[in-house]
Design a protein around this ligand. Sequence first.
Ligand SMILES: CC(=O)SCCNC(=O)CCNC(=O)[C@H](O)C(C)(C)COP(=O)(O)OP(=O)(O)OC[C@H]1O[C@@H](n2cnc3c(N)ncnc32)[C@H](O)[C@@H]1OP(=O)(O)O
Length: 314
Amino acid sequence: MGVRELGLPERLGTDGSLPSRVTIWEVGPRDGLQNEANVVPVEVKLEFLDRLALAGLTTLEATSFVHPKWVPQLADAEELLSRLSPRDGVRYPVLVPNARGLSRALAAGVSHIAVFASATETFAQRNLNSGLDAQFAMFEPVIGQAREAGLDVRGYVSMCFGDPWEGAVPAEQVLAVGKRLLDAGCSQLSLGDTIGVATAASVEHVIDTFTAAGVAVGDLAVHFHDTYGQALANTLAALRKGVTTVDSSAGGLGGCPYAESATGNLATEDLVWLLDGLGIEHGVDLDALVETSVWMSKQLGRPSPSRVVRALAG
Ligand SMILES: CC(=O)SCCNC(=O)CCNC(=O)[C@H](O)C(C)(C)COP(=O)(O)OP(=O)(O)OC[C@H]1O[C@@H](n2cnc3c(N)ncnc32)[C@H](O)[C@@H]1OP(=O)(O)O
């Protein structure tokens, strides 16, 4: 069952300024599984990816080519991609931090990568062993070489709305990091609320800061974590600002190994329920997705934190 079967009026209470279609950028296989205490077997990861594709998701962030000692949960990136049977119409972007990561990703035959910058000094040090300014010496050549090789490059910016060590993060600082990634050749920026502290007002403020600086809202995506239960409200605020790409994680898996206060991502099922209620197209079969998350919960040995999964799985 979905929200449409309830016969509720679509676009209830909205001003009609919402997009008609949203692209869901599914991060469960990467952002979700990178934070699991145990390494998930590659066979389970492959089945997870395939189930997500069959449920209608067309962007599946598959894994990371980061240092295996930093994120052992994704140390099987080469094996995963070599055994993956890509589905037609589905893209499988991967995270790449540096030149070594790019050469591994190119050898694995990827066509879409994402670099991941930090909006703060402390998280750049903790997550990348780098610094707020120094991180660009790592990313800029990677973006240039990837573009030359014909790859599409997304840029993540982490800690856009608050940082566990530095507190509030000025929107101008987020803009400076994001602009540098776009200027280096990223085609899209994903604005990350890595620890889930954003509220609708701060989301609007950061998006307004980018658009006032001339960044097209179509080049922005949002990436929310649900630590304080704000992920859906924040998503709605972003949609109202014209954002059309939303990151989420099947079943609400996720977190970040280098930011302990980061809990699960916005659950894809919860996002789908919201989009359905707003009459926004997304192409995902909710029942198939819930089945996938129930299956994944069994593999991980704990229930999904997604409210929609809990409600529909009975
Ligand atoms: C918000 C989020 O969710 S972001 C995603 C979650 N966080 C992450 O994935 C963290 C990723 N961070 C990292 O992998 C690391 O911090 C790095 C690779 C960026 C930098 O780590 P450093 O230790 O400074 O790397 P450095 O360049 O000094 O290289 C050290 C060694 O690692 C190796 N190495 C570096 N990068 C990689 C890579 N991408 N893949 C494999 N090996 C690598 C080098 O070859 C070198 O090996 P050697 O000692 O045998 O010569």
